[in-house]
Write a protein that binds this ligand. Structure first.
Ligand SMILES: [Zn+2]
Length: 140
């Protein structure tokens, strides 16, 4: 195995670990265990989108650190091939009251548009957690 093969292997492992960790966190959180701002953000997001598998993938993206804020309403989400992504980067924007993701414009755009993609899910999670942290610690 060459160097790039090694890098790919370790990334696959990281993605599997993130998915496992995400499943565990979601099980604990939806099971009613209290937690910090991440758990609170997850519970809030689950009320909006009550689908555990969707939440698990969004959380895995978040745990992998793929979400990066670019402006007040724009985020870059790094693609994860193991999660079915075909592009290295996706752009998520929030305009007015709705999210858009650049994956909507790619192949299978219509199929995806009907349900919110997990790139957006990861951004929603990031925003909720940030808001909770700001509320809890912002005035100090
Ligand atoms: Zn997307």
């Amino acid at each position: 195995m060459g160097f790039s093969g090694y890098v790919q292997k370790s990334r696959e492992t990281r993605v599997k670990q993130a998915l496992r960790e995400a499943r565990e966190i979601i099980r604990r959180t939806l099971g009613g265990q209290p937690g910090g701002s991440l758990e609170e953000a997850l519970r809030d997001l689950y009320e909006r989108v009550p689908r555990e598998e969707w939440l698990r993938r969004a959380l895995a993206r978040y745990l992998l650190g793929t979400v990066e804020r670019q402006g007040s309403s724009t985020w870059v989400v790094r693609g994860v091939p193991e999660l079915g992504d075909r592009k290295p980067l996706y752009i998520v924007t929030f305009t007015g009251d709705r999210y858009e993701c650049s994956c909507y414009r790619g192949a299978y755009g219509w199929a995806r548009r009907r349900s919110i993609c997990t790139h957006i899910g990861a951004v929603m999670l990031e925003r909720r957690r940030r808001r909770i942290d700001d509320y809890a610690y912002g005035s100090q």
